[in-house]
Design a protein around this ligand. Structure first.
Ligand code: PLP
Length: 482
């Protein structure tokens, strides 16, 4: 994916850029160089990470960063925004075309910001707009103090229903550590204890009882596809707005791996996403919506966002353009195929997987029941062996949200380097071998420890050597000499 005509030019661009940075603060140019070396040398299996193209990365480092442009395209609170207007229009056009959406908003600085824009757009459409109409007010400034206080209380009484954290939901789906949990009353839906899958009948029954204003679909650690037609039907039945957070799987939607009822666009009222996970863009967020929700989403800045990051919107445009190519579709399919290979390889080696497998880009290993390890021990032992993953809760996790019992493993990044079935089967073998050779260290209380472990002699070095061979055969940014 990275073999490009411009790699040689990029080498001299980066060399010169780093020497300029070094003349001001060498610790920063050193850290940038060291990060590339680290990323080149490890098996990056964090499901939410990826490698953006050099074109996308280069688009971010320029003077678009210096321009303020609060507002929307052609309607800014600052003068001199014609070039930012071009950047934002091109990015939004690519996003609409790529996802077949009626409307796209590309200003959010991150996934959390995109979700906040979504929540407030929905609150403003469903709660504020009807209240203003009832009270004969044009906007909130026309309200009396008493009406304003009443409206603020009404915002705070609203309910949101999203997937529970241990089933794979995200903090922004109404949990107390995030502002969404302080804004809304939250009720979560889990997964079936036997299959680990979303139980849509149970979800409907819960939604009938809880009556959410917003039904949230989407996840960070659920290894399966979601049926958005069913989610739409449930939302309709209870009068909820359907909001889909596709931060994790946007690349699979863009790459036409998730189609029909597995594609949220066309079913959801509002879709939010990050750009930097499976989509392989710059760090950032964006939203898609129906035309009906567009004017409310457009108020993202200044509602919850500051001035847009114009240099990042430019990089989003480049990444969206890349995602519209046949190459990207092949990449997305390979991400899903590789996850299958990885899951089958782990199952064959006796590892228990949550839901028994995967049909998206990630696999969730139950390391407690497979190896009697906590997620924390497994994550650290794998890191010692150069395998970068992250610990994650599993449904009804016996070790809680800090130590956890799971390891989440994703295929987007290594697929971008060119890893295919043979490499991912080898990755499964390396992971299973490291975990089988990791032993928890008993705590001073005599109970099994949750953090300390030992890894059998030689395993880390042998794993690193095996990885190095695969990494060398699939270089990161080939031709980029740094
Ligand atoms: N939504 C989901 C489903 C996520 O997994 C994440 C990130 O992990 C986010 C939102 C937040 O994205 P960001 O870190 O860009 O704010």
């Amino acid at each position: 994916m990275f073999v490009s005509d411009y790699a040689a030019t990029a080498s001299s661009v980066y060399t010169q850029a780093l020497s300029i940075i070094s003349s001001v603060e060498p610790r920063i140019s050193d850290a940038i160089g060291a990060e590339l070396a680290d990323q080149r040398a490890s098996l990056k299996l964090i499901a939410s990470e990826n490698y953006a193209s050099l074109a996308t990365l280069l688009t971010m480092g320029n003077w678009l960063s210096d321009k303020y442009a609060e507002g929307t395209i052609g309607h800014r609170f600052y003068a001199g925004c014609r070039n930012v207007d071009t950047v934002e229009s091109v990015a939004a056009e690519h996003a609409r075309e790529l996802f077949g959406a009626e409307y796209a908003y590309v200003q959010p600085h991150s996934g959390i910001d995109a979700n906040l824009v979504a929540y407030w757009a929905i609150l403003n459409k469903r709660i504020e707009a009807p209240a203003l109409e009832r009270l004969g007010a044009k906007n909130v400034n026309d309200l009396t103090e008493a009406d304003w206080e009443e409206l603020r209380r009404t915002f705070n009484e609203q309910r949101v229903m999203g997937m529970s954290l241990d089933a794979g939901g995200h903090l922004t789906h109404g949990f107390r550590h995030n502002i969404s949990g302080k804004m809304f009353s939250q009720h979560s839906y889990g997964t079936d204890p036997e299959t680990g899958l979303i139980d849509y009948d149970q979800l409907l029954a819960d939604a009938r009882e809880f009556k959410p204003l917003i039904l949230v679909a989407g996840y960070s650690a659920y290894p399966r596809r979601v049926n958005f037609a069913k989610m739409r039907a449930i939302a309709d039945e209870v009068g909820a707005t359907l909001f889909v957070d596709m931060a994790h799987f946007a690349g699979l939607v863009a790459g036409k791996v998730f189609t029909g009822e597995e594609n949220p666009v066309g079913y959801a009222d509002v879709v939010a996403s990050t750009t930097h996970k499976s989509l392989r863009g710059p760090r950032g967020g964006f939203l898609l919506s129906t035309a009906e929700y567009a004017p409310f989403i457009d108020k993202g800045c200044p509602m919850v966002l500051g001035g847009p990051l114009s240099h990042v919107m430019a990089a989003k445009a480049v990444a969206f353009a890349e995602a519209r190519t046949a190459d990207f579709q092949a990449y997305a399919q390979q991400v899903a195929d590789n996850a299958q290979t990885l899951a089958e390889g782990l199952l064959r080696r006796g590892v228990r997987l949550v839901t028994g497998g995967t049909d998206n880009h990630l696999v969730l290993l139950d390391v407690e029941s497979s190896f009697e390890l906590t997620g924390r021990q497994a994550e650290s032992a794998l890191l010692d062996a150069g395998v970068v993953t992250n610990r994650n809760s599993i449904p009804r996790d016996p070790n809680g949200a800090w130590y956890t019992s799971g390891i989440r493993v994703g295929t987007p990044a290594l697929t971008a380097r060119g890893f295919g079935a043979a490499e991912f089967d080898r990755v499964a073998e390396l992971i299973a071998n490291v975990l089988a050779n990791t032993t928890p260290v008993t705590a001073s209380t005599g109970k099994p420890g949750k953090a300390k472990y030992t890894l059998a002699d030689g395993v880390a070095d042998r794993t690193k050597a095996a990885s190095a061979e695969m990494l060398a055969a699939n270089p990161l940014y080939p031709g980029l000499e740094l």
